[in-house]
Design a protein around this ligand. Structure first.
Ligand code: SF4
Ligand code: SF4
Length: 197
């Protein structure tokens, strides 16, 4: 029953059937999605679009003649409070002697879905530590701030508790943060959710 899978993929699709490695060709179950369209007006969308525009225009006129405060924040003069546990800019934690806690195990780089952590390990002269990162760069433009690197780290060497959410620069290179920069980032002094900068 089983067939070779030339692409070495876990499955491929052929004639509405799926080849599952070790099982063979299986027909996936089908499910009909009810579009919940009740009449011709809804099915051609035109009336619904006009109705939607009417709601938008209604809000425009309502706010034009009734000057109630809008829920806007005058950033950057006013900054919003960030929630507790907010994943901000990364930082590398340090030991008492100021060296990085990172042991270059590559767990964070392996877990990273964006593949934006780049580590070059080196042997440590400290007999208690096998390796350390000679380079540890994160490309913040590729990072999706998922926090997987923090979860994966076995020695609590990387955290995202800085509270820094505004990352701006004039060139792309500035978003490639190095080990030295990451070691200088401080934890948010108001971890209960207040912005501090
Ligand atoms: S937060 Fe997610 S995407 Fe960003 S470096 Fe960590 S694992 Fe990668
Ligand atoms: S930050 Fe943690 S998970 Fe990443 S290489 Fe260093 S020790 Fe390993």
């Amino acid at each position: 029953m089983s067939q070779p899978n030339p692409g070495h993929k876990p499955f491929n699709i052929k004639n509405d059937q799926i080849f599952v490695q070790g099982v063979g060709l299986v027909t996936p179950p089908t499910h009909t999605v009810d579009r919940n369209v009740n009449n011709l007006g809804e099915s051609i969308y035109l009336l619904e679009i006009v109705k939607g525009l009417g709601v938008t225009v209604g809000h425009v006129f309502k706010n034009f003649f009734k000057w109630t405060p809008m829920p806007t924040v005058s950033y950057p003069e006013v900054k919003r409070e960030i929630p507790e546990g907010y994943r901000g800019k990364h930082r590398l934690t340090t030991r008492e002697d100021g060296s990085t806690k990172c042991v270059a195990c590559m767990m964070c780089a392996t877990a990273c879905p964006a593949e934006c952590i780049h580590i070059i390990p080196a042997e440590s002269e400290n007999p208690d530590i096998e390796r350390f990162p000679e380079r540890f760069d994160i490309d913040l433009l590729e990072c999706v701030f998922c926090g997987m690197c923090v979860e994966a780290c076995p020695v609590d060497a990387i955290r995202m508790d800085s509270g820094i959410y505004s990352l701006t620069a004039f060139d792309r290179e500035s978003f490639m943060v190095t080990k030295e920069e990451l070691m200088q980032v401080q934890p948010n002094p108001n971890p209960e959710g207040k912005v501090f900068w």
